[in-house]
Design a protein around this ligand. Structure first.
Ligand SMILES: NC(=O)c1ccc[n+]([C@@H]2O[C@H](COP(=O)([O-])OP(=O)(O)OC[C@H]3O[C@@H](n4cnc5c(N)ncnc54)[C@H](OP(=O)(O)O)[C@@H]3O)[C@@H](O)[C@H]2O)c1
Length: 318
């Protein structure tokens, strides 16, 4: 099968399109014929082995895992032992942070997969897992939003942010999104009640008050969280030192600030699929690349100015 592989740390130029052996089915896993992928900041962090501490998980001197990629959507080709909720032929989507998704076939634990809604195509559903689950867990699991509350979402136009705006509205909160002025109409179109353009108003001086502040961009200081929010969730980070500085200050205070690494699960993927099926959440794909251009897709998203998501296609199917 064809796969996008890496054998050293580096930029997108170290990626290769290779013919390698198709993975074998394992207990508790699904073998999925991949139809589409999406790109996430996690892909280039893993590709570059940066920040350095990530190499303790992904390989100290060179990458442990050969095949790139986490987010996928495709069709179940084989079902492993001890899997009860999926069948051959099911259209599924999911994420595998261990890698292996940027290939014609991927073998993934069934517990990180969900069934696709009938109405959506593979590119749309491949765009959901990491960004959508992160947005859901930031707002619900960690942010504990309640109907009628107010939420500020810093970085509201990217992969995580564009899901977060829609999910927060679907749960009945009042949403203020922060993005660049070029994305104002886009974020209003997602349902935000108000938009602050960070290139017109300095968010670090903003005096608004919110029940929850979610930072997907990762540039808010600890005093930004406490000035604007009753509680906060840190999703993204700009530099390790900034993130550690915020978390250390939070550790010595009573302010409720959560920081987490999202993990996909069948129930959370189903929650998002259900919101999509009733039209409360939709995926915005800014660009689509053929699989041969996966390195270019990763290069594009590394600028961190994506509007919604970038998808990559293996087979052109509805
Ligand atoms: N904790 C976790 O488990 C987890 C999971 C997934 C992702 N993440 C992290 O979350 C972050 C966002 O991921 P993503 O997939 O949403 O990335 P993305 O699609 O590249 O989106 C980045 C967004 O940041 C916005 N942005 C840039 N500068 C900004 C600023 N100064 N203020 C506010 N917004 C700004 C951009 O909007 P404009 O173009 O409008 O500027 C862009 O839409 C990344 O750091 C990623 O590593 C964490």
């Amino acid at each position: 099968m064809k796969a996008i592989t890496k054998s050293v740390y580096g930029g997108p130029e170290v990626l290769q399109l290779e013919d390698i052996e198709k993975p074998k089915i394992k207990d508790g896993h699904l073998l999925v014929k991949v139809m589409a992928n999406s790109a996430n900041p996690a892909d280039w962090h893993i590709l570059r082995g940066a920040p350095f501490f990530a190499r303790f998980s992904f390989g100290l001197f060179k990458p442990k895992d050969k095949i790139m990629g986490a987010d996928f959507a495709g069709v179940v080709e084989e079902v492993g032992n001890n899997v009860s909720h999926f069948n051959v032929g099911d259209r599924v989507f999911g994420e595998n942070l261990a890698g292996g998704a940027f290939a014609e076939y991927t073998c993934v634990p069934a517990k990180v997969c969900g069934l696709m809604p009938k109405e959506n195509n593979f590119a749309e559903m491949a765009s959901v897992p990491i960004a959508g689950v992160t947005a859901l867990q930031a707002l619900i699991t960690h942010g504990k939003i309640k109907e009628g509350e107010s939420v500020l979402i810093n970085g509201s136009s990217g992969g995580v942010g564009h899901f977060a705006v829609q999910i927060a509205k679907a749960y009945g909160t009042e949403v203020t999104g922060v993005c660049s002025s070029k994305n104002r109409d886009f974020v209003v179109g997602l349902g935000a009640d108000r938009v602050i353009a960070y290139d017109e108003e300095n968010i670090h001086d903003h005096q608004g008050k919110y029940d929850l502040v979610v930072d997907t961009n990762g540039n808010l200081s600890f005093s930004d969280y406490t000035r604007m929010g009753k509680r906060g969730v840190m999703v993204g980070f700009t530099t390790m030192s900034h993130m550690m500085g915020v978390l250390i200050r939070a550790g010595f205070s009573k302010f409720k600030l959560a920081q987490f690494t999202a993990e996909a699960s069948t129930p959370d993927l189903k929650t998002i699929a259900d919101l999509m099926a009733i039209g409360k959440v939709r995926v915005h794909i800014e660009r689509t690349y053929p699989y041969e251009q996966i390195p270019e897709a990763i290069e594009y998203i590394e600028a961190m100015r994506t509007q919604g998501k970038v998808a990559m296609i293996w087979e052109d199917q509805p």
